[in-house]
Design a protein around this ligand. Structure first.
Ligand code: NCD
Ligand code: ZN
Length: 360
């Protein structure tokens, strides 16, 4: 079984910086990615739009130029969102949008995930004019929808969790107050979030990762497969089914965003770094999750290749790649004398069900 698709867009990925950036960009090019949205949680974070980088902050202008260099100009488009902090203001949004560099802003729950200590609570931007300016200028909001600071059953229970809380308590309020703001609910993991997006207007979309379509918390816990540890956490089977229904529906509001996040050290003495690395292997994993065949190949193409760039107003690729149901193996990614372990290798399943070949 073999299917050919236009090159696709990864509308949520982490590439970091220095030699990790070069290696991870290459792994995205290897998997026939036409364009990327490169998250701004670098060190220091991307919290300004134009100008030179400093020790305190990076700028979209500089980080984007670095990503372009690392990819030898091979991406059709690169979006770098602005990392929202307490210092972001309406004027920056207005000016940024005018410059053409600012297409979206990322909300990360303060201290909620990797390199996210710079964020402010979501209410800050609802009240200080930032969301209004974004709405006015057509700048998209990328939301990591988890309430920070919860614990125990509220953080991760069978009927309640940090994402559930966020989609019940904040997102409806944002949509009500800013009805024209375009929002991408990033890496949704719950039935609550999937239902919310499905029932919202066309200005509300969502990315879904391969790991959340394929796995549940049971897969994480059985044998403590910490390479599957990412935030938001994988959830329960009812949630996975809701995500799968959303992705395979072919509906324009759901699209690929791998959240691929390279970590050279996952498990440490006192915890585990959050983030799954799916460079090189994401379309193959999406195909596996869809159980790709003749009957759903159109929905698959919508989800992987078309819906995302349409939502962001990006051009579609006229180059193609092929997925074939044939086992394929991947080595770990070497970066200097360190290694980044792709999710499936880390889970002890080195062979993928689908293989990918590019035509360029
Ligand atoms: C991401 C990372 O490592 O940068 N980690 C993750 O678990 N997804 C950050 C993020 O998207 O939350
Ligand atoms: Zn992410």
């Amino acid at each position: 079984m073999k299917f050919t698709f236009p090159k696709w867009y990864d509308l949520h990925a982490h590439f970091r910086q220095d030699n990790i950036l070069t290696a991870t960009i290459q792994s995205h090019l290897n998997m026939a990615c036409a364009g990327i949205l490169a998250m701004p949680n670098t060190k220091p974070p991307v919290t300004r739009v134009t100008g030179e980088n400093t020790n305190q902050y990076w700028t979209i202008e500089s980080y984007k130029a670095e990503l372009e260099r690392a990819s030898n100009g091979q991406f059709l488009d690169i979006i770098v969102p602005l990392y929202l902090t307490k210092d972001t203001n309406a004027e920056m949004i207005k000016e940024g949008a005018k410059s053409g560099l600012l297409k979206s802003c990322k909300y990360s729950p303060p201290h909620g995930t990797t390199n996210s200590e710079f964020g402010a609570p979501i209410k800050t931007y609802m009240e200080n004019g930032v969301f209004q300016a974004m709405s006015d200028a057509g700048v998209i909001l990328n939301i990591h929808g988890e309430e920070h600071g919860l614990s125990g059953e509220d953080y991760f229970g069978e009927n309640s969790n940090a994402e559930d809380y966020f989609y019940k308590n904040y997102v409806p309020e944002i949509v009500k107050q800013f009805p024209n703001l375009k929002i991408v609910c990033e890496h949704i993991t719950t039935k609550t979030a999937a239902d919310f997006v499905q029932n919202a207007g066309d200005n509300i979309a969502a990315t879904i990762t391969p790991q959340h379509l394929l796995y549940t918390v049971a897969d994480l816990l059985q044998g403590l497969k910490y390479h599957l540890y990412c935030l938001p956490l994988v959830k329960f089977e009812k949630d996975r089914q809701a995500l799968l229904n959303a992705a395979t529906s072919g509906h324009a509001k759901f699209f690929a965003g791998t959240d691929s996040a390279p970590h050279t050290t996952k498990a440490t003495e006192c915890g585990c770094a959050a983030g799954c690395f799916t460079g090189d292997i994401a379309p193959q994993l999406y195909a596996e999750s869809f159980d790709l065949d003749e009957s759903n190949k159109e929905a698959f193409e919508n989800f992987l290749c078309l819906n995302g760039p349409k939502f962001y107003g990006l051009s579609l690729s006229d180059e193609t790649f092929t997925l074939e149901k044939m086992p394929q193996e991947f080595p770990n990614l070497k970066v200097g004398n360190q290694e980044i372990i792709p999710l499936t290798n880390g889970m002890g399943r080195p062979s993928l069900a689908w293989s990918l070949s590019k035509h360029d």
